[in-house]
Design a protein around this ligand. Structure first.
Ligand code: ADP
Ligand code: ZN
Length: 711
């Protein structure tokens, strides 16, 4: 080893490396894992894809006894157990999907202390039989996943979760860790109270999902075409979820997408269990499948490589929107949340709400939630800032990764137009729907509509024909916005007539002006290529690795990502390891997977290396280096940036094709100091080390040093 500053790894770190194949804990994982290993309770708030599972899986393997994991969904349990078994972990699950003899087998493994983790459905956990079993076995910890299910006001409320307080009463000495990705302040309080977690340490990693790009556009009456364009421009051949409000819309949209050449499958509660299961299975296992679904789909879908989530209807709340869009990009690679919504959405949701049989107090909460959601749609500010503020989290700078940041929306002074609209609603008696009011405003003077207008004497109103400056679509947009910001309400009976709210008065009287966002005529979202895009020979290697992964997955009847994630394959393509040892250093390859799959993947990588090394751009850089050129000279010669050249050199070092000394001259004490700084920096980030030395070493040089350290 080049440096000696690293101390012996802790048991947790050893498990992370040897079982899961990861070099470092992320963010707060280390602290959480330590807390639980030491026997303390923890409440973990971490965004989807943040890495919650490891927070209890690692302690489960470090502590003695079996860890009990409470998880609300059967599909999720099976996925997680399969993934753990792939890593050589002794994990099983107990739920209603198991046949009696299978359940019996699992129970006896548990009783004999032969399980590291046991996943259990909540309703089963609190049965006398299960409690009895647990008393007879040594337990390492309780993990309560999706802990927000305990909240009565939440959208995933599960009454069984409320009985989980019994765990603390029956097993006070067993540490508990509750985890969730969707807890606002009241929900957090409810979790603590209901699960008796008053003494738990709270780990709040915030809610941000930086790899998700938010985009909300107006449904211009052709939402499907907008969707198609979005998918073709950004995610051709990739997996995604399209949410619709009604079953009918789900069916129609899936059919339409299929006609357009996509592989789209419907999913809603009206389909038989068999079909639902089959479609879900295909989504998990095949590449590039799009599921078109009602909100019944998604909870418990652990698929890490969902590249986009699209909404063809407006969700009821920011929580729902955030949870649904959160199913994109669990693997941390760039992903999109895309939505098209229109006037009809606002009307439908407002009406559904008013007609619901819920108590007034609950209705008030729901109204407030919808208002917040509409506020997000109509904002001119950074979407991420608005989203995070809703969860009481501040983001100081606009994110640069949402539609409003990328293409700042234009705004206009809508005060006069709004006054016309509002007063026309008032003068027609607050008894008509938007279409009619718009016809009056625009002064329609022929056909049936005109007859209707004449019948009501509305052609004599002062507001008749005062709105010729906007076309029909523009007026509808304005009405939607007035409804969204609460100046107009929709009637309760469901006829769709609109009325003025108290908030409309200041605008009507001219005491308040109104600035609204202009809707762009065309979708101007910047497109990006597929996330794991390679060219030339790399593309072939990528496909060969994926094909091999697919065969392995099919043989075992598991989803491809349970074998290896895309990110792991992408790293193989980038580094082209040539020995088992080099392969084992790639993130996501633990000892068990290296044993089981190493040879197969290595054969492909070696064959590629032998047949195509010359076309490899990294090799070209290394050849020039061996001819005595400096990195800067190589950059000029190859017309690359200096950064790119250094990245090639770092890869050369990692592949053991060149030495660090070939690139930079550093003396022993410098190396020692840099080694120390890297072992301190979280996740081996370059920035921290760069700053620790006040910029004395370039990023390029630091990248090479880090590469040498990895060896
Ligand atoms: P969550 O349950 O919070 O949505 P997961 O536990 O499914 O997130 O983790 C998301 C992804 O991140 C998984 O692919 C997981 O393997 C990966 N991951 C988690 N922790 C680490 C780590 N320390 N290093 C590398 N990858 C990690
Ligand atoms: Zn933004």
């Amino acid at each position: 080893m080049l440096f000696s500053s690293k101390s012996a790894p802790s048991p947790a770190q050893e498990v992370l490396r040897s079982v899961f194949g990861y070099e470092q804990f992320r963010h707060q994982q280390q602290a959480i894992v330590d807390q639980v290993i030491d026997g303390g309770d923890a409440l973990v708030l971490m965004p989807t894809g943040g890495g919650k599972s490891l927070c209890y899986q690692v302690p489960a393997l470090v502590r003695t006894g079996t860890a009990i994991v409470v998880s609300p969904l059967i599909a999720l349990m099976r996925d997680q157990v399969q993934a753990l078994q792939q890593n050589g972990v002794r994990a099983e699950y107990l739920n209603s999907s198991l046949a009696a003899d299978e359940a019996f087998r699992v129970e006896s493994l548990f009783r004999q202390g032969d399980l590291d983790l046991l996943y259990v459905a909540p309703e089963r956990l609190v049965t006398p039989r299960m409690l009895d079993l647990m008393r007879q076995t040594e337990l390492s910890l309780f993990a309560i996943d999706e802990a927000h299910c305990v909240s009565q006001w939440g959208h995933d409320f599960r009454p069984e979760y409320q009985q989980l307080s019994i765990l603390h009463e029956c097993f006070p000495a067993v540490p508990r860790i509750a985890l969730t990705a969707t807890a606002d302040l009241p929900t957090r309080r409810e979790i603590i109270e209901r699960l008796n977690l008053q003494d738990a340490e709270i780990f709040n990693s915030g809610f941000d999902r930086p790899n998700i790009r938010y985009h909300i556009s107006e449904n211009q009456g052709n939402a499907r075409d907008q969707l198609k364009r979005f998918i073709l421009n950004n995610h051709e051949g990739e997996a995604g979820i399209v949410y619709c409000l009604s079953r009918k819309r789900v069916e129609d949209t899936a059919e339409w997408l299929n006609k357009q050449g996509f592989t789209a499958l419907p999913y809603h509660a009206g389909l038989s269990t068999d079909i639902r299961q089959e479609n879900q299975e295909r989504f998990l296992r095949e590449d590039g499948v799009i599921v078109v679904a009602t909100i019944a789909f998604g909870m418990g879908i652990d698929k890490p490589d969902v590249r986009f989530v699209a909404h063809l209807n407006l969700p009821k709340s920011i929580e729902a929107y955030y949870q649904e869009t959160g199913r994109a990009g669990r693997d941390g690679l760039p992903s999109d949340a895309w939505m098209a919504y229109g006037l009809q959405d606002v009307i439908t949701l407002r009406q559904m709400q008013e007609q619901s049989a819920a108590e007034e107090s609950r209705k008030r909460v729901e109204r407030h939630k919808l208002d917040a959601m509409l506020g997000l749609c109509e904002t001119h500010a950074c979407r991420r800032q608005v989203l995070l503020r809703y969860f009481d989290e501040a983001l100081d700078e606009p994110c640069g990764n949402c539609d409003n940041c990328i293409t700042p929306p234009q705004t206009w002074d809508a005060t006069v137009a709004a006054q016309k609209a509002l007063s026309c609603v008032y003068r027609t008696g607050q008894r008509f729907g938007v279409n009619y009011v718009v016809d009056v405003l625009r002064g329609v003077d022929s056909g049936q509509v005109f007859e209707r207008i004449q019948n009501f004497d509305h052609d004599k109103l002062s507001t008749y024909g005062i709105g010729s400056e906007l076309n029909q679509g523009e007026w509808r947009t304005l009405f939607r916005q007035l409804m969204a910001i609460g100046l107009l309400g929709v009637d309760y009976e469901g006829h769709g007539s609109v009325f003025l709210t108290d908030a409309a008065r200041p605008v009507l009287r001219g005491e308040q002006s109104l600035t609204l966002r202009k809707m762009p005529k065309v979708d101007k979202q910047k497109t990006r290529k597929s996330n794991v895009a390679f060219s030339g020979g790399n593309q072939k290697l990528w496909e060969a690795l994926r094909a091999h992964r697919k065969t392995l997955a099919e043989d075992q009847g598991v989803p491809a990502y349970v074998i290896f994630h895309d990110a792991t394959l992408a790293e193989m393509v980038e580094r082209v390891p040539q020995t088992l040892e080099q392969l084992g250093r790639i993130s996501g390859i633990g000892e068990r997977k290296l044993d089981a799959y190493g040879e197969g993947f290595l054969a492909i990588l070696q064959e590629y290396h032998e047949s195509a090394p010359v076309s490899d751009t990294v090799s070209d850089t290394l050849v020039l280096l061996s001819q005595g050129l400096t990195p800067l000279e190589i950059a000029h010669r190859r017309e690359l940036t200096l950064n790119t050249v250094y990245r090639h050199l770092a890869l050369g070092i990692e592949r053991d094709e060149i030495e660090l000394e070939d690139v930079v001259e550093l003396d022993a004490s410098e190396l020692e100091a840099l080694g120390g700084a890297f072992s301190l920096s979280e996740q081996g980030g370059l920035k921290a080390v760069y700053e620790a030395f006040d910029g004395e070493y370039d990023y390029g040089v630091l990248g090479c040093v880090r590469a040498a350290l990895r060896l």
